[in-house]
Write a protein that binds this ligand. Structure first.
Ligand SMILES: N[C@@H](CCC(=O)N[C@@H](CS)C(=O)NCC(=O)O)C(=O)O
Length: 292
């Protein structure tokens, strides 16, 4: 029987050593996949399907941004946005395979290959993927400079802010091996500030970028809409998410979009979900849920 690793020092007792070293047993959820080095750990060629876009992803908030975008493009009638969505199980370390690292040297989902042109193009970072698709199809991103700047500002806001929500608040509130009041206080304050930023914007504007739904909403909704519904880190009551009325209005509005419903179940395991998506008809096989 293997012994449990010793608990980390009490935060107040910790004195950092001169040189940091990797303690694989430092606990916390995801300790098995976190590591201080980049690069592949196994050889694997990724599968390639029949469609112009090959997505390698998982249905996390960062992953569903992209599947929602594809479903929105298809709903608009852009047939060229057909995609194969392959499951990357980050809990099993699929993101460290040689094939995945060739597409994303940062080993994180989502990663996309655009095979629609003469040379395949790799794109990583969900914000870059949304921008690539928006420009390619001329959709969900205004061309008028002031409107475009507003959408891009909120898109980049999401990319910069969500790590405080997930890696900061979520980690210390839900995943760390023990509760540290200082860390939870610091990140709860920041996440509430972020919710207030969104609430004030959504009080004056129907969508984040302005009057029209855009890639800014597609990027922000999976993180902050999920949070507003009380579904992230079981923190709804703790953060009093219901008090952000305009975020609640916007969350409910986007939730109703059929493409959002479809995109939200892709690359997820379990009943009512689609672990992989290779054809629009795949949604028929998961029953009514996606079509409702
Ligand atoms: N800034 C990146 C973040 C991507 C990211 O953090 N992906 C997580 C899942 S949501 C992941 O792949 N984690 C695996 C790992 O860290 O090994 C993006 O928006 O694409």
């Amino acid at each position: 029987m293997s012994e449990a690793p010793p608990p980390p020092n009490h935060p107040a007792d910790y004195v950092p050593p001169k040189v940091w070293s990797w303690n694989k047993e430092n606990g916390g959820r995801f300790a098995n996949i976190n590591r201080p080095i980049a690069g592949p750990t196994s050889e694997k060629v990724l599968p390639v399907g029949k469609h112009p876009f090959q997505l390698y992803s998982l249905g996390t908030p960062n992953g569903v941004k992209v599947t929602i975008m594809f479903e929105e493009l298809l709903a608009l009638g852009h047939k060229g946005a057909e995609y194969d969505a392959w499951l990357i199980n980050i809990g099993s370390g699929d993101q460290f395979s040689s094939g995945f690292v060739e597409i994303n040297p940062n080993s994180k989902i989502p990663a996309l290959m655009d095979r629609s042109g003469p040379q395949p193009i790799r794109i990583f970072e969900s914000g870059a993927i949304l921008l690539h698709l928006a420009e390619k199809f001329g959709a969900f991103l205004p061309t008028e400079p002031a409107k475009r700047a507003e959408v891009l500002s909120w898109l980049m806001w999401q990319m910069g802010s969500a790590p405080y929500l997930g890696g900061g608040f979520g980690h210390f509130y839900a995943y760390a091996p023990f509760k540290i009041e200082y860390a939870i206080d610091r990140f709860a304050m920041e996440v509430k500030r972020q919710l207030d930023v969104l609430d004030r914007r959504l009080a004056e504007s129907e969508y984040l970028g302005g009057a029209d739904y855009s890639i800014a909403d597609i990027a922000v909704w999976p993180w902050y809409g999920f949070l507003a519904k009380g579904l992230a880190y079981e923190s709804g009551e703790f953060l009093d998410v219901k008090s952000y009325k305009h975020v609640q209005r916007w969350t409910a509005q986007i939730n109703e979009r059929p493409a959002v419903k479809r995109g939200s179940i892709v690359n997820r395991a379990g009943d009512g979900n689609l672990p992989e998506r290779h054809d629009a008809s795949d949604f028929d096989n998961v029953g009514q849920k996606a079509a409702e």
